[in-house]
Design a protein around this ligand. Sequence first.
Ligand code: FAD
Length: 378
Amino acid sequence: MLVLEREAHQGKGSTGKSMGGVRAQFTTPVNIKMSKYSIDFFSKFDEVVGHPADYRAHGYLFCATNEKHLAYLKTNRELQNKLGVTNVEWLQPEDISKMVPQLRVDDILGGTFCPTDGFVDPHSVMMGFMLNAREKGVRLWLDTEVTGIETDKGSGGTSTASKQIGSRLDAALVPRSISGVHTSRGFISTRVIVNAAGAWAAQVAEMAGTDLPVEPLRRQLVPTEPFDQLPQRFPMVIDMSTGFHFRREGKGILLAWNDPKETPGFKTEFDETFVEKILTHAASRVPVLAEAGVNPRRAWAGLYEMTPDHHAIIGPAPNVEGLYFVNGFSGHGVMHSPASGKIAADLVLQVHSDLVDANQLSVTRFAEGRTLEETAVL
Ligand SMILES: Cc1cc2nc3c(=O)[nH]c(=O)nc-3n(C[C@H](O)[C@H](O)[C@H](O)COP(=O)(O)OP(=O)(O)OC[C@H]3O[C@@H](n4cnc5c(N)ncnc54)[C@H](O)[C@@H]3O)c2cc1C
């Protein structure tokens, strides 16, 4: 097995830009199951993988400021509980105050807290998986860009697609098989390609003549200078009234907010006008944060890889035998990496996965009107 990376080192895509949050507090069964599997995995990552993930079970605390959000959290908690995530606690404003005394709670009606949610170090997770794979014989070629994908006539002349199109044979729909990949280092012959190209995945899919609905969307994070007016340890706190969320990162605080005005595109530069916007939300929820120092040069931007229903796309490409997608995590690719890797490996090796009904994650769901819709996207 060979991993191809166009950069001089791994992690220069979205993984190295991630906030490292892991949570089971999602709204759809497939995402909750993927999180449950992944968080259990992170809790024993060091032992199983042989390298650290720096998993910290500091929790995620969702704070609701209106009845609608309260009802939403209640419904989600019931589903999470039904699917085996039984430790999501229901909190009153005074419980929330005890957890983070600096939080303004006058308009908070309640919230949920899951103590096994928390953080990992994204770079360590990526390195851990890669080092483990290399110890097992997987090769990694850096500075190697995938520039094209070669296919030949597929084996499956009886596939559903070919039956449906009948005599109207459209080249793009004729089943084909992977025969190799063109790279900046030459051609590599292979029958299986796993597209793991993050926000650039649609471009790689296109090289094989197939569509993948994955779109890049900029996300920006702002770290504060060392700040001791918040506890040393507290959960990821989400203010549901604005979407502003924050957590401790070393001596400072890491501030996050998804600007609803952001538009899709490969924008990876940090926009300095974002600082004022995020600080306004920060100071409104946590008044002491108005005193935090921020150096915009330490802030950064990266890309979410968005799908139309905010769920990953994992599984085979419909008309290109041997091409698999592991893409479109919509902001959850680090936390779902253990489950995604397991599902992808299951599908390549044995066609189905016991972890989830992988058909739900298939790219064909869009054409077939089976979209899922995750609303808890931060
Ligand atoms: C600001 C921010 C905060 C986030 N916070 C979280 C969070 O708290 N929790 C969470 O779970 N997720 C979070 N995410 C999302 C998460 O980072 C991504 O979902 C995840 O990193 C995707 O991993 P990936 O390996 O699929 O993609 P990437 O890490 O982007 O890797 C794709 C790789 O493919 C390479 N590549 C692309 N095209 C080619 C080509 N043609 N040839 C060769 N190589 C190629 C790229 O160079 C890149 O290294 C966040 C993302 C951002 C931007």
